[in-house]
Design a protein around this ligand. Structure first.
Ligand code: ADP
Ligand code: MG
Length: 345
């Protein structure tokens, strides 16, 4: 198993940095998710690791070896893209083996690898079909098959599931994670879907505007977000973030952390640990969404949106005056101007 390391890697297009001083490590046999909104630099980062783009500056190492100047074929990586990139006129078997033929592997070795990949992916009965005769999930498996037969120690995936429907995505993300662990692959997995990142990854690198906003395991990202951006990107519905002054104006009994200017602070709290009570912070209900297992009560506190999520059915109507109770120990504190966390969790 090998590690992947990026040290202060940047990529400029013209004058603007698509990837800006990015530093992170993917441990041996680990799955790191590169997460972030569209255009934040995820695909560019992946292509830099693959060697499909040249870094403007910085160092990329794979298995401890500097590959910054190495061609893609010299990096020991396999790559799976969103659009599968299957050849329509080739059979499933030929598609899976395509990269290997190019590399002039012996026939026996090829057959063995194909049989093993087909077995792992449950494609044994489909090897003679053409891609057009497969479902979306099966096509995705063929693309995975390519990565498996390559026996590359590092696998890079760029939004590999975004063409699949919701149910299939859930199944495939389990399959990919299971495969990655079973084969001991080191994987970088690009996604804009926070649920995908949270459920699959050992470590999540959350990007924004070409920079890393936070690099942490999923639970830490959720429990201890480093910034307002992270707090609101991870979790649905997103964390409530409201100026402290608004909560105090609403009648909240909240003590700001010692030594910090209350006028500069924003308070974060998750909808699922916010409560409705007989008294507390005055709020007005704007909308109520009953989801079956729980209810989302969308309210306003002093004009600021605030969502409370309670289990089961909550009887409330738009226009109702309610009170919201927040537990001091569950609050996250952010600086309004830097948007960074100011008190460690
Ligand atoms: P993501 O995968 O997170 O959606 P990308 O890495 O594809 O983001 O793109 C990051 C930024 O770099 C975007 O602003 C995009 O427009 C820009 N970009 C990507 N590829 C090129 C290119 N070949 N030439 C110029 N700009 C590019
Ligand atoms: Mg992309």
């Amino acid at each position: 198993m090998v590690s992947v390391e990026l040290k202060a890697v940047s990529k400029n297009w013209g004058g603007t940095a698509a990837v800006d001083q990015v530093t992170f490590t993917v441990g041996e046999g680990k799955l790191v998710a590169l997460l972030g909104p569209s255009g934040c630099g995820k695909s560019t980062t992946l292509r830099l690791i693959a060697g499909l783009e040249d870094a403007s500056s910085g160092v990329i190492a794979i298995g401890g070896k500097d590959v910054t100047q190495a061609p893609p074929s010299g990096r020991g990586i396999a790559m799976v893209f969103q659009n599968y990139a299957l050849f329509p006129h080739l059979s499933v078997a030929e598609n899976i083996l395509f990269g290997l033929k190019v590399r002039k592997l012996g026939r026996a070795e090829r057959d063995e690898r194909l049989a093993r990949a087909a077995e792992i992916l449950g494609l044994g009965a489909l090897l003679d079909r053409k891609p057009s005769q497969l479902s979306g999930g099966q096509q995705q498996r063929v693309a995975l098959g390519r990565a498996i037969v390559a026996r590359a120690p590092v696998c890079l995936m760029d939004e590999p599931l975004s063409n699949l429907d919701a149910q299939l995505r859930v199944e495939m993300r389990r399959e990919i994670r299971e495969l990655q662990q079973r084969l001991g692959m080191t994987m970088v997995y690009v996604t804009h879907d926070q649920v995908e990142a949270m459920t699959m990854a050992d470590q999540v690198v959350l990007m924004r505007n070409g920079r890393i906003e936070q690099d942490a395991p999923p639970d830490e990202l959720y429990e201890n977000p480093a910034s307002i951006f992270v707090a609101r990107f991870v979790g649905t519905p997103p964390m409530n973030v409201v100026p402290l002054t608004a909560l105090l104006a609403g009648g909240g009994d909240i003590a700001p952390p010692p030594g910090l200017d209350p006028a500069r602070l924003s308070v974060g709290i998750r909808p699922e640990v916010s409560e409705l009570a007989e008294n507390g912070i005055a709020a007005e209900v704007v909308a109520v969404e009953y989801l079956g297992a729980d209810t989302l009560i969308e309210a306003r506190i002093d004009g600021h949106p605030f969502i409370v999520r309670r289990p089961g059915k909550v009887r409330a109507l738009a226009g109702d005056k309610v009170y919201i109770k927040l537990s001091q120990s569950l609050l996250h504190w952010f600086d309004q101007s830097t948007e960074r966390r100011v008190v460690p969790g």
